[in-house]
Design a protein around this ligand. Structure first.
Ligand SMILES: [Fe+2]
Length: 243
């Protein structure tokens, strides 16, 4: 299987928008890496934390447009969309409903993160609130939560609830001696992962990575499933259709 290009649905590529890229210069370097990794569509997802000093949507749109202009200089097919990575709190739904915080690329899909030490009950209930409100919640970087470590039944339960699961592309890389990476690949193999995205913040520690992970999972995971995760599911977000 050979994908033409990838969509990265979780990235901190907008300069000065959060703890990701700190400047347009760094953003351009990240875009160059993205191009090398065959990423052509990027949903920028700056953090949104209720009560914090979040950039207003209008300002984020301006920054996104500036990045889009620069991106097409690298590759005419580059497309940048806007969203937020929503930090879960009691009032986050209100921020979303009132348009202060954003879903992914104007779709029904909302990218949500919880504190790493959050209880399973809160995580489950929180995702349920989004579903009840008519959103399609995507749990960001599933590998980060202590309550889900080695708890595949819980991940299954969250999926049954109607939520979707994202894992960071870097978390799947590593040889067979890397037990964590091997375990993460097992989650993909079992069909418990809907999205693989970079969660890129910079050019070194957390770069925009996709091609490397694609090649790695292709070696050990069914082609049809890889196709779904890398191509079909991200396309569903952009088309605003349910998976
Ligand atoms: Fe993130």
């Amino acid at each position: 299987m050979q994908a033409d290009s990838f969509t990265d649905i979780h990235s901190h590529i907008l300069p000065g928008a959060d703890d990701g890229s700190g400047s347009m210069e760094q953003t351009l370097k990240m875009l160059l890496i993205a191009k090398q990794q065959r990423i052509k569509t990027i949903i920028a997802t700056p953090h949104y934390v209720c009560g914090a000093n979040n950039k207003q949507v209008a300002r984020l749109l301006e920054i996104k447009e500036q990045v889009q202009k620069e991106a097409v200089k690298f590759d005419r097919e580059f497309r940048i969309f806007l969203g937020n990575e929503l930090y879960y709190s009691e009032d986050i739904l209100e921020a979303l409903n009132t348009g202060k915080a954003l879903t992914l690329a104007g779709s029904r899909y909302a990218l949500i993160e919880f504190p790493a030490g959050e209880t399973y009950q809160t995580l489950y209930r929180g995702l349920g609130e989004f579903i009840l409100a008519g959103y399609a919640p995507i749990l960001a970087h599933v590998e980060r939560y202590r309550c889900l470590k080695e708890e595949e039944e819980r991940i299954e339960e969250i999926i049954k609830l109607g939520a979707y699961i994202q894992i960071n592309s870097g978390s799947l890389l590593g040889g067979f001696l890397n037990r964590e990476a091997a375990y993460h690949r097992k989650l993909v193999k079992k069909g418990l992962i809907h999205f693989i995205a970079s969660d890129c913040h910079d050019t070194d520690y957390r770069p925009p990575q996709m091609e490397d992970t694609f090649k790695t999972v292709l070696k050990c995971i069914d082609n049809r499933l890889v196709n779904q995760i890398f191509l079909d599911n991200p396309a569903k977000i952009l088309e605003n259709k349910y998976i």
